[in-house]
Design a protein around this ligand. Structure first.
Ligand code: AMP
Ligand code: MG
Length: 484
């Protein structure tokens, strides 16, 4: 008997043409390796049932309850700037939607569940390392207060999959999301000139994410603005954590403003706006410092897709959409200032101070995360630990600290930022790599220890020092891969 889950299927019902019905496949030996019991409870699911044999069948897509209407979603997207009119879930299966006990709707999707008609050349598979990376980083992001898809479970399939380093354990990630609607979902119908279907999609997205806009005369424009606001907030939060998504293609930007598709993502250790980890991002298109520009570029692609719904007069539609892009640019700047003001313990953002701080870091090899953790002591006048993060701490650092302390005093925030404004534990790349390597060899202990740290990122634990340190300076540069 499959695990009983009352799936709803609004996407499959409302949006014909945007998916193909599809099935999971049988695996040699499906096992639940990790189950996020807290999330299971939030979703109103029976964690105990999910942990057992039937759970493994469900979470790998082999046996589903009758209420599931599994589908592979279609979408389009700009990948590294080039438009692909036909993408879609090449290796994912949307099982359906779960309405949690608080009445909120969540997609439940499997990744690595086998080839679909959208697989192009891919094998439809996922392997353990990348599945665990998404599990770890998405749960870290959630703990850090960043909107994100969530990891419900990581399962092994019992067979082995060929990747660049040889055969690796096959795995499936089960994740929840407030929806899987992407900028690329809108581009799919827009590229085909299917205005009526585009309208249906907009209505669906509004019902799901912005229900107060239902029936509004300028709904498309206001929807664009809402998406821009959510994404601006999201990217500002990424910037405040040194997070680099790595593949901000328009099919990886959600309408909900949740971070999605953790592939070649990583957190920056030492500050350098040009930091990029992805093996395929040779031009640095998606480097740390470029993420805000890409956010606006991607939003402009959504605007283009929505033009026929914004105004029947194209020129007027373009003028209105452009205004929204400009509003979002301003909004992003405010969000970015707000994020860094909070990290500095300031209630009122001080753009001069925040910009000077970024200048100060330049070329100094400063560990981004450690800098902020050293601030509370520095606020008390003990700035040795902070200065030690700089290759060459000079007068400009002393001047900046003086200006920062003065700003804190003026704002009645003399103690500097609260500890919970700045994480101590982030998923450091070298630790992630080591943990995934060990897990692939069958030893889950380093992964579980790291997961525990990043799920409580603000709380120092005894013996946790190694989790807070950047990689040694002579460590090899980590490279991350997409779609693996
Ligand atoms: P991503 O970069 O992970 O967002 O993937 C981009 C596109 O490639 C998506 O449409 C995926 O479904 C597809 N894809 C990635 N890896 C595979 C794979 N191993 N098999 C089939 N499709 C894949
Ligand atoms: Mg993707």
């Amino acid at each position: 008997m499959p695990v009983a889950i009352q799936f709803e299927n609004s996407y499959a019902t409302d949006l014909p043409g945007l998916y193909v019905p599809w099935q999971g496949k049988e695996w040699p030996d499906p096992q639940v390796l990790l189950l996020n019991t807290t999330l299971a409870q939030t979703l109103g699911l029976d964690a105990q049932a999910l942990q057992g044999c039937e759970g493994a069948q469900l979470l790998t897509g082999a046996a589903l309850p009758d209420t599931a209407r599994p589908i592979a979603q279609a979408y389009a997207g700009h990948q590294f700037g080039g438009f692909a009119p036909q993408l879609g879930d090449g290796r994912a299966l949307l099982l359906g939607e779960i309405v949690d006990p608080r009445g909120q709707r969540h997609d439940l999707q499997l990744k690595g569940s086998g080839r679909t008609p959208f697989a192009r050349g891919g094998d439809g598979r996922a392997v353990l390392g990348p599945v665990l990376r998404e599990y770890l980083v998405s749960e870290a992001m959630h703990a850090l207060g960043v909107p994100t898809t969530r990891a419900l479970a990581a399962c092994t399939t019992g067979d082995r999959v060929l990747r660049q380093n040889g055969l690796e354990p096959g795995a499936v990630l089960a994740r929840s999301a407030s929806s899987h609607l992407r900028v690329g979902t809108f581009q799919f119908f827009a590229a085909r000139g299917e205005r009526d279907k585009l309208r249906l999609l907009l209505d669906y997205a509004i019902a799901r994410h912005d229900p107060d806009l239902t029936g509004a005369s300028d709904a498309a424009l206001r929807f664009l603005e809402r998406v821009g606001a959510r994404q601006a907030r999201l990217v500002a939060q990424w910037m405040g954590l040194g997070f680099i998504h790595g593949v901000m293609n328009t099919d990886n930007m959600t309408i909900s403003g949740e971070t999605i598709d953790y592939g070649p993502c990583a957190f920056m250790d030492r500050y350098d706006p040009a930091t990029v980890f992805s093996s395929i991002d040779h031009q640095g298109r998606y480097c740390y410092g470029n993420q805000p520009a890409i956010l606006l570029w991607n939003l402009a692609r959504l605007a283009e897709a929505l033009l026929p719904l914004i105004d029947t007069d194209e020129e007027r539609a373009i003028a209105r959409a452009s205004e929204v892009i400009e509003t979002t640019r301003t909004r992003y700047r405010e969000e970015w200032l707000g994020v860094f003001a909070a990290k500095l313990g300031l209630r009122v953002p001080d753009s001069g101070l925040i910009e000077a701080m970024h200048q100060l870091w330049t070329g100094q090899g400063v560990d981004f995360t450690s800098f902020f953790r050293a601030l509370p002591e520095a606020a008390q006048g003990r700035d040795d630990a902070l200065a030690a993060l700089f290759a060459e701490p000079g007068q400009d650092l002393a001047d900046w600290l003086a200006a920062w302390r003065a700003a804190c005093d003026a704002q009645g925030a003399g103690d500097g930022p609260a500890r919970k404004a700045n994480p101590l534990y982030i998923p450091r790349n070298h630790l992630v790599e080591a943990a995934l390597g060990a897990a692939t060899e069958g030893d889950m202990a380093p992964f579980l220890a790291l997961l525990e740290r990043v799920q409580r990122p603000f709380t120092a634990v005894e013996g946790g020092e190694e989790y807070a340190r950047p990689a040694p300076l002579n460590a090899p540069q980590i490279v991350t891969f997409c779609g693996t």
